[in-house]
Design a protein around this ligand. Sequence first.
Ligand code: PLP
Length: 398
Amino acid sequence: MIHTGRHFLQIPGPTNVPDRVLRAMDYPVIDHRSAEFASLGAEVLDGVRKIFQTASPVVMYPASGTGAWEAALVNTLSAGDRVLLFETGHFSQLWRQVAEKFGIKVDYVPGSWRKGASADELSARLAADKDHSIKAVLVVHNETSTGVTSRIPELRRSMNQTHHPALLMVDTISSLASIDYRHDEWGVDVTIAGSQKGLMLPPGMSFNAISDKALAATAKASLPRAYWDWQEMLKPNRTGFFPYTPPTNLLYGLREAMRMLQEEGLSNVFKRHDRHAEAMRAAVRAWGLEIVCEDPREYSSSLTAVFLPEGHDADKLRAVILENFDMSLGAGLSKLAGKVFRIGHLGSFNDLTLAGTLCGVEMGLRLAGVPHKEGGVLAALNSLAPAGRKVEPAPMGR
Ligand code: PLP
């Protein structure tokens, strides 16, 4: 089938890259040892800290998010160290595999994939760890496979109340710049992030925000590290440079994306995501379908994962939607494969992108013969623009 118009990339990342960012990257590569580069490097290294809401250093790797997971571990831990990692879904599972490959002992706290990390469970486990053998607590803030957002401040409170000295490491790959997140205020030691979701950039760059405590842990951490070594990175970063060839054009893009986020205001960016997520859920409920996330306090504002009724294949629905409407939706991952589809509503996204996305899903449900009630799109429109009420114009996110 020949498709006209623009492809709808509504997976929960990589997300649509705004034209402004694409244009900013369409620029000659410059000498990465020049004064011109140093000024770009210094600007982005300093500016990006605002997005993490931290005064601490943020290092940037030319790597996908998996690299930043590895960096967080190898800089702070030694083989044989014990860490606590909450099973939230597919991505917690992958992070666990990375840790185990380095000989880190992972206490994997079982979870149903429908709820976030439990602060009560964390308190109990830390209180039982009298000799402080747990060196770090690892949490995926927004589990991209399920659309469940863990409540980091509550987890931090548990750590403080039990006076446990473990480091807190948080994966914000699908939440940074979409869902409220505060590295300093929430007492996080290492925040892991990627370029390809809320930051509205192409894939290829990832980040670690590093607290003083995490930086101090590098002195004792004996896991081998070369490419990921924070100390090697931080030295040239002080003057705007990198220890190896930086992803120059992604940095141009990052500078532009940061300007866009600044213009909109981070708190408005979060509100926009919350509002769109609410409208998405209104549609799903009206269809009579089930949202994977069970606890409304943990609904994700960057994506919604939806169960299909028993006996219906979510991958078939996605294929019908792609074929007929040129829209990509996220697949169910590992144990949710075929059972769930995921709608990404993060990054460069507005009311009409939402309406178009939901129209594609609703038409797809019809064509694929998935039993559902009519009126999901209408429910979302009512949520976005209730009749007779003046609505604040949505920022265009362009
Ligand atoms: N963590 C989360 C929450 C993710 O969503 C992803 C990817 O989607 C990753 C980690 C892995 O990142 P990458 O695929 O960029 O290596």
